[in-house]
Ligand binder design. Structure first.
Ligand code: PEP
Ligand code: MN
Length: 339
């Protein structure tokens, strides 16, 4: 339920509401809007008497939250959530779009540092790269682990790009958070609820990728786990879903972008790389994603895609990325946004 505070309510009255909500065994999320403050009270409501809250001083009304996801929904918060990738750094969710780029996997120090410089120059705000890779085959390259994280952190020091990298397990959360700026939950882990909770208990922003067979509701409920655990800096990422289509690696569901924006305040970006599986489809689908209202893109770029250790078919080279960025700026301008 949402406890809507009166416009005249003071801090003491707000504290009182929060204390009673928590005494009832519910979690409270205070959302300060432009017009008024609300307290979202979520949790198991069996035995909770909302009448007790209704009569508190400073409370205007109690409104039930109808959607299955609560704190991720526009019922609780109408203003868009803006997530900063770095403290005082670039943000996603506002008028300006952000592009995160980099190799599928971190492979080599010099290669990564050199690439990061070129991506920054081309206008990227974040550097992606897997140090821990979720591979279908146990015989495939699994990533450089902590060494890879060190190279990513070094690339951030040199370029100012925010580092976005994947966490595979609960036991890796602290290690990855030590080096990364944004923690990525991969498609295969979208419903790893223990991981979602653990990642929600640390403060760095989270990039949550849509599971390959997840519905929109399941996707938002996964975000709800993270927010509920204490971290509201969640960026959603549409990366394609499995359908009967075989030519494209996944089917990029761009209708999800406006649909999510209709029901949630969270920023959503698009991964046209895993969403298509073919390098030549990355640019057209990037343009389509921007036109559909995406708050940003995450794109695999490799200096030498032919020799990439992972996902060679879908990584674009730096020249293609530069051209993509120039076009992306024009598409964004056409819908009154910028890159
Ligand atoms: C990735 O971004 O490196 C990745 C493995 O993507 P996904 O989890 O979407 O498959
Ligand atoms: Mn990849």
């Amino acid at each position: 339920m949402i406890v809507v505070m009166a416009p005249t309510a003071n801090q003491e009255q707000l504290n009182h509401v929060v204390a009673l909500v928590e005494e009832m065994g519910l979690k409270s999320h205070i959302i300060v809007g432009t017009n008024r403050t609300v307290v979202a009270a979520v949790g198991d409501k069996r035995g909770v008497d909302k009448g007790a809250l209704e009569n508190l001083p400073g409370v205007e009304k109690i409104v039930p939250i109808l959607s299955p996801y609560k704190v991720a929904s526009t019922e609780v918060k109408q203003e868009k959530t803006i997530v900063r990738l770095l403290p005082y750094g670039p943000a996603l969710g506002g008028k300006k779009l952000g592009v995160i780029a980099g190799p599928c996997s971190v492979e080599d120090r010099n290669q990564l540092l050199d690439l990061a410089g070129q991506l920054k120059e081309a206008g990227a705000v974040g550097l992606r790269g897997g140090a821990f890779k979720p591979r279908t085959s146990p015989y495939s390259f699994q990533g450089l682990a902590e060494k890879g994280l060190e190279y990513l952190a070094e690339a951030r020091e040199q370029t100012g790009l925010a580092v976005v990298t994947e966490v595979l397990t609960v036991t890796q959360v602290d290690l990855v958070a030590k080096y990364a700026d944004v923690l990525q939950v991969g498609a295969r882990n979208m419903q790893n609820f223990m991981l979602l909770k653990a990642i929600g208990e640390q403060p760095k922003p989270v990039l949550l990728k849509r599971g390959m067979s997840a519905t929109m509701e399941e996707f938002l409920l996964a975000a709800e786990y993270i927010i509920n655990a204490g971290n509201s800096n969640v960026i959603l990422c549409e990366r394609g879903i499995r359908t009967f289509e075989e030519y494209c690696r996944n089917t990029l569901a761009l209708s999800l972008i406006p649909a999510i924006k209709h029901v949630s305040h969270l920023p959503i970006i698009v991964d046209p790389t895993h969403g298509t599986g073919h390098a030549y489809l990355v640019e057209p689908m990037s343009m389509a994603a921007i036109a559909a209202g995406a708050d940003g893109l995450i794109i695999e770029v490799h200096p030498d895609p032919e020799h990439a250790l992972t996902d060679a078919a879908q990584q674009i080279d730096v020249g293609t990325f530069k051209q993509l960025m120039a076009r992306a700026g024009r598409v964004a301008a056409a819908i009154d946004r910028a890159i």
